[in-house]
Write a protein that binds this ligand. Structure first.
Ligand code: CU
Length: 346
């Protein structure tokens, strides 16, 4: 009885200390949704202590954006690619219309930038932690222990660390923060994709990156939303336009936290799948792969017939909560093959 009374008093006191949280939840606001509709909703203002900036994320831009760094040549003739990555943890992103979530970001977005290099290049990353908590960058791949981003914690408020390693092995790898509790740092969005191209290059293709992710917006360690590239249902409302008889190459990385598996089903077609992208021979020809967390690979396919084709998680719960998109396949205009571009960034 005494315990109940104490709890009741504490709840009452906390209401008077934090009245703005409840007020914010009751206030109706007008939102323009990702599909362009205008809705009025209370939404849910989550983690209200963090509301400094709002992330404006464009899945269309992210899809085909590859960052090659500032490129120069070292004395030994090797290519040096330099990047600057800034971590922050005070931003808010509209995950779904009216649902705002405190995201932790690399260079301001979830996922962070897709970093790309060729096997044997030296990758140098100036990492700056402008967050309020410790963060690091942990790359999957081969490197010395000191560059693993696990034990060398980078302090908040401008702490710095320079990661440097040789790009390898060939393939598609995740990078993510590796500070404990790891679940929290990944679930809030501190991850991205690292592509290592083979020296002899892959065949020309229309290339894209899909990070499969989810958001637990009510903090019950179950995701409320799922997506390819952060915004639920985005590519269903904004289909990805591709051409018939053109090689499509998708670098897919599963970063969904809390759920043991995710998967990728393609309609009206099958794809060659290269697990982790490390082998030149595909492991399978299928329309369905299943991925555990940080499992990733390369999918290659081309469409013969024009039209709209779904791609989605065949874990239906995930697709119904946002992980679904459409390829809009158009007749290929003559000689329109797109090649892999190797350029500079920043
Ligand atoms: Cu972190």
């Amino acid at each position: 009885m005494i315990i109940i009374l104490v709890i009741a008093v504490m709840v009452s006191i906390s209401y008077f200390i934090f009245p703005s949280i409840s007020d914010a939840e009751l206030e109706q606001k007008i939102f323009v949704t990702h599909s362009g509709a205008i809705v009025k909703t209370t939404g849910e203002i989550l983690d209200p202590i963090y509301s400094v900036q709002t992330v404006d994320f464009d899945p269309d831009k992210f899809l085909r954006e590859f960052n090659y760094g500032r490129v120069s040549m070292l004395e030994d003739g090797r290519t040096l690619r330099e990047f600057t990555i800034i971590a922050e943890d005070d931003k808010t992103m509209e995950i779904s219309p009216g649902i705002f979530y405190n995201v932790w970001t690399f260079n301001g977005t979830v996922p962070g930038p897709t970093i790309r290099a060729t096997e044997g290049d030296i990758v140098r990353i100036k990492f700056i932690n402008n967050g309020n908590k410790q963060h690091t960058m942990h790359f999957h791949g081969i490197h010395v222990a000191e560059m693993d981003g696990v034990f060398e914690l980078v302090g908040p408020g401008g702490g710095q660390f320079t990661y440097e390693f040789e790009a390898g092995p060939v393939g598609v790898h995740p990078y993510h923060c590796h500070v404990m509790p790891l679940e929290e740092h990944i679930a809030h969005g501190l991850y991205g994709v690292f592509i290592v191209d083979p020296k002899e290059k892959r065949s020309p293709a229309d290339e894209m990156v899909m990070v499969l992710n989810g958001f637990d917006t009510d903090f019950d360690t179950e995701n409320n939303f799922y997506a390819a590239n952060s915004i639920p249902f985005y590519y269903e409302h904004h289909p990805i336009q591709i051409n018939t008889n053109q090689l499509i190459r998708v670098y897919v990385v599963n970063m969904v936290e809390f759920d043991p598996i995710n998967n990728f089903h393609l309609h009206g077609n099958l794809y060659y799948y290269y697990p982790t992208g490390t082998n030149t021979v595909p492991s399978t020809y299928t329309d369905m792969i299943t991925l555990s967390q940080t499992e990733r690979g390369i999918m290659e396919f081309q469409y013969t017939y024009p039209g709209k084709y779904l791609f989605h998680a065949h874990k239906v719960e995930f697709s119904e909560k946002g992980w679904v998109g459409i390829f809009l396949v158009k007749e290929n205009p003559a000689n329109s093959l797109q090649g892999v571009e190797y350029g500079t960034w920043e």
